[in-house]
Unconditional design. Structure first.
Length: 799
């Protein structure tokens, strides 16, 4: 009865002795010293020799020989020294460490973290996460400080914060390429002030341009980037960016470029240096305010001193140029439960003028537009046939159009328009796959002209749209995933998972190693099965204008017979919208007594997701992904009115619309076609992209033969990546009618496997610009660098 406790105690004592056999010194719970041998000296000095390990809290020191002063806590360690903490590992030849204060100094040190490496002649730990390195090199390379690095006489490292380098010298493959007196590199998620990497570019006849941005993190909600710029022969300037966040969904952003241009003068087209300089600038301001859950406002404004700024600096302005004018747009909107009301205004400057410094006073401004809309309101709902649901709604606005200090002799351009469109939606029935509904709307517009004797004009139109549809679906397969033993797979399926390898047997071999005993291994394969859903929808839609009337100002009535006289498409007489106006209105079905047939097809793939048992409420409810594989849509209209008795069947056909596409892992196809039977005009868009191993091809054809829009373009591109580290890209877009180049881009990328840097060589030529650029993209922990390799086969990268 007494033997068991004795055996248990003896076992525990042996294990404890085995664990602590190299423990030479223990100072409470703070410091433990392990070594092969240890000596005590006078003055409270303790020396350890051979595989020394010192544990001090969460920090560990390794070395061959150590000396510890138990009074002061000073430690001197030599021989293949390592210092390891929670976030950093440091190698060196000699280290001095104080276990009481945490101070540390090391000679010939190398710092290794998950984000960066630093090699230093001397290193001192100044605080908990603060280190100071002297005569050191910084790099983000994981295995190669010689690929690229920044040498500094002094480097201050604050873990999870930033690296500050004094007298920084950037080196690539050991070659010095750039000196900066000071640079700060973020190694943290929190923003910090400092110099950012400069940008270097060159343009023909303009010389080399250099921009050096300085980033100022004002506080957690505001920052500013100031970029002094040297534009070669053009002169000097600066970029300014200011951003501020007030609260969630409440922010503003301001961008401004200024320069004293020594080349540009209004009307001058060459790039020779001018006799005098010309001050130029471009600005962009955008702000959004979410005042309450229902009340919001937004404003965006752009402006420039001369319109040629868009030609000379497209890389800066293209992101802000959203239409053929520049200026200000703003809106304020309040949403209610069943309605919304708002006001919007715009003041724009036309870009298509001969004088780049002139403001087009004939450009029509919207000052302002007030709108009020009522969401569909249910009036009646039941299960009865033809009375399943009845709802009503309203769209309305009041808009003021005006010109700036100019009267036109041809068109009326200063007017106030009130527009209201009440509508009624009647859903008749759903009977299995068949459904039927109808929508009636009555549009009303009234105009008040400021500058004409006959100030009044009014037009109304009633429109009825009735739809009968038939829908059917078919599902193929079952989406699931399961693990199967290789023994359960058919031979054909097994070959797909484990392709057969044809090995040449050398005649010099004495024998072959026998196959491993199958009973000792049990390979399993994860089998994923997808299902597909094909949905077809047949629709017959009747379009009918029930009434139409115009009265009042005869001059304005004549004016709106052509698109040039509209303020917008709402001014068009309803039955003329499909025959006049832009490509948008000309591609719709004519509204006057027309029958439209639609055949819509959709193929959807349903794929199982991998189970994640650690994510709450996901596995049972969100365990599939859905993606559109292909689609085919067809629409054809047929005029029912017989205004001319001699019209044939083909004359009654309106536009034909076909849109189809297919997406697969290695290729993509999209085709869209509008064909107008009466005039034989067409709008065609065809694009494809195909991947062949190391090759990627792109093609796009666009044609528009409608009057006033005659244009045919062809875009061809190719990418090749012969090895993982090298890629070439080419893209050319051509105007086929004019036989002119629209845009040509050639690009080469060198992407070393060291994950340190990327070298990019780019040539870009457009109608108005030609540019060469040489770029080094360094790995500073940003997401853009991480995705550069994986997104190589993407033509969106070519800019």
């Amino acid at each position: 009865m007494c033997l068991a406790p004795i055996i248990l105690l003896a076992s525990f004592s042996n294990a404890q002795a085995q664990e602590d056999k190299n423990l030479q010194l223990k100072l409470g719970d703070a410091v433990s010293v392990y070594s092969e041998k240890a000596y005590r000296k006078d003055g409270g000095v303790f020396e350890a020799v051979g595989n020394v390990v010192i544990l001090s809290g969460k920090e560990t020191l390794y070395g061959e020989r150590a000396s510890l002063n138990m009074g002061t806590g000073h430690v001197l360690m030599e021989g293949n020294v390592r210092f390891i903490s929670q976030d950093i590992t440091i190698y060196g030849s000699r280290i001095e460490f104080n276990s009481a204060t945490g101070e540390l100094s090391m000679n010939n040190a190398r710092i290794i973290t998950g984000q960066f490496n630093i090699v230093a002649e001397a290193l001192v730990k100044k605080g908990q996460d603060l280190y100071l390195a002297e005569k050191a090199e910084f790099t983000t390379c994981k295995d190669c400080t010689e690929s690229w690095s920044i040498y500094g006489e002094e480097i201050e490292i604050e873990l999870k914060q930033y690296v500050k380098i004094t007298h920084a010298l950037t080196k690539v493959k050991g070659i010095h390429i750039l000196y900066l007196p000071f640079i700060a590199l973020p190694i943290k998620t929190k923003r910090e002030s400092g110099l950012l990497f400069p940008t270097i570019s060159t343009r023909p006849q303009e010389g080399v341009a250099l921009q050096q941005p300085f980033y100022w993190a004002i506080d957690d909600s505001k920052d500013l980037t100031f970029t002094p710029s040297f534009w070669g022969n053009r002169g000097v300037g600066a970029d300014l960016e200011y951003r501020q966040v007030f609260a969630q969904e409440n922010w503003l952003e301001y961008n401004h470029r200024l320069l004293e241009d020594k080349i540009y003068l209004p009307g001058k087209t060459d790039r020779d240096v001018s006799e005098r300089s010309y001050f130029r600038h471009f600005y962009e301001f955008e702000a959004h305010q979410q005042w309450t859950n229902n009340l919001s406002s937004h404003i965006i404004a752009t402006g420039t001193k001369d319109l040629d700024f868009f030609r000379d600096f497209p890389n800066y302005t293209d992101d802000y140029l959203l239409e053929s004018s520049t200026g200000a747009n703003a809106f304020l909107e309040n949403r209610f439960m069943n309605a919304n009301i708002g006001v919007e205004a715009q003041y724009r400057r036309n870009l298509f003028v001969s004088d780049p410094t002139m403001f087009d006073k004939s450009y029509v401004q919207t000052l302002p537009s007030v709108y009020f809309n009522i969401m569909p309101q249910n009036l009646f709902h039941s299960d009865k046939l033809f009375l399943q649901n009845i709802s009503v709604g309203l769209d309305s606005d009041y808009t003021v159009f005006s010109q700036r200090d100019e009267q036109e002799s041809e068109f009326l351009r200063n007017a106030a328009r009130f527009s209201a469109t009440p509508y009624l939606h009647w859903h008749f029935f759903n009977y299995g796959p068949v459904s039927m509904s109808s929508k009636y709307s009555q549009s009303f517009q009234e105009y008040d002209f400021k500058d004409d004797d006959e100030k009044y004009f009014q037009k109304t139109a009633g429109f009825l749209k009735t739809e009968l549809s038939f829908t059917m679906d078919k599902i193929f397969g079952l989406a699931y995933e399961e693990k199967l033993s290789v023994k359960e797979l058919e031979k054909d399926e097994l070959k797909k998972v484990f392709p057969e390898k044809k090995e040449k047997v050398s005649p010099d071999l004495v024998g072959a190693i026998p196959d491993f005993e199958e009973s000792l291994t049990e390979d399993s394969v994860l089998v994923v099965k997808n299902s597909f859903r094909h949905s077809q929808e047949f629709k017959f839609i009747h379009h009918l204008i029930t009434n139409s009337k115009e009265q009042g100002n005869q001059r304005f009535l004549n004016q709106i017979q052509a698109p040039e006289g509209w303020f917008d498409y709402e001014d068009a007489i309803l039955e003329d919208q499909a025959e006049l106006g832009s490509n948008l209105t000309r591609t719709i079905i004519p509204r006057k007594n027309t029958l439209e047939f639609q055949w819509n097809n959709l193929l959807i793939r349903k794929s199982p997701k991998s189970a994640n048992y650690f994510q709450d409420q996901r596995y049972l409810r969100d365990n599939f992904t859905y993606s559109r594989v292909g689609f085919f849509n067809l629409s054809q209209g047929f005029l029912l009115d017989d205004e001319e008795e001699k019209t044939t069947f083909n004359d009654r056909l309106t536009r034909l619309f076909v849109h189809t596409g297919y997406t697969a892992p290695l290729w993509r196809l999209d085709f869209k076609e509008y064909y107008f039977h009466q005039s034989s005009d067409q709008i065609t868009n065809l694009s494809f992209q195909r991947r062949f191993g190391i090759f990627n091809l792109l093609g796009a054809y666009s044609a528009n033969t409608l009057p006033g829009s005659d244009l045919r373009t062809l875009k061809l591109g190719g990418q090749v990546r012969p090895v993982d580290t090298l890629g070439f890209s080419a893209l050319r877009e051509t105007d086929l009618d004019a036989s002119e180049n629209i845009r040509t881009i050639y690009q080469a990328d060198f992407m070393p496997n060291n994950n340190c840097w990327i070298f990019n060589l780019n040539y870009r030529k457009t109608v108005v610009d030609e540019r060469y650029s040489v770029n080094f993209v360094f790995n500073l922990g940003n997401r853009e660098f991480e995705t550069y390799r994986s997104d190589f086969f993407s033509f969106n990268r070519l800019q």
